[in-house]
Design a protein around this ligand. Structure first.
Ligand SMILES: [Zn+2]
Length: 169
């Protein structure tokens, strides 16, 4: 590599001019309101879960893929999947699991939480969720599990409606 020398290109003049500008600061507050939505597919997913307690998915016949979370377009072939909705039972199998020792703020948790990626039966997807009523030593890969939802009157159509999954007996 060539050492830096007098031959090196000069710094663009615009940048050097900016160095000499004193920044001006106005202090204040800007009230901002926003509404977060989970998108068309996500909204339908959570509203159906809230009302009926089942998962909605979309299906690409061409690719033989069933999307959970549902997708409006196939991620492989870009086909429109907006007319391919179907419902599946909220049951699946533990695909992988771990013990989490910190809370959402990164502080040490009083007790560890058992978290798993659960593959949902009849789909090619799944979700990351808590495992309930299962001792860490008892978790097994492919263990059948079922959804535990918040009571109907407390569901708000958000991810918080899903309390977790427990062993399917
Ligand atoms: Zn496809």
């Amino acid at each position: 590599m060539r050492p830096a020398s007098d031959q090196a290109p000069t710094v663009p003049t615009v940048l050097s001019a900016l160095d000499q500008v004193e920044p001006r600061v106005w202090k204040g507050a800007m009230p901002v309101q926003f509404l977060y939505t989970a998108g068309a597919a996500g909204e339908r997913f959570f509203q159906t879960l809230k009302r009926k307690g089942v998962f909605v998915v979309t299906r690409c016949e061409e690719c033989r893929l069933t999307y959970l979370p549902p997708r409006i377009y196939c991620e492989r072939c870009f086909a429109d999947l907006s007319e391919t909705w179907r419902e599946v039972a909220p049951v699946g199998k533990v695909h992988t699991h771990t013990l989490v020792h910190v809370d959402r703020q990164g502080r040490n948790a009083a007790s560890p939480t058992l978290v798993a990626f659960v593959r949902i039966d009849g789909t090619d997807g799944g979700l990351v969720t808590r495992l309930l009523e299962i001792a860490p030593a008892d978790v097994r890969i492919d263990m059948p599990v079922e959804l535990v939802l918040a009571p109907k009157r407390r569901r708000r159509g958000t991810l918080d409606d899903i309390i977790g999954f427990r062993n399917r007996r």
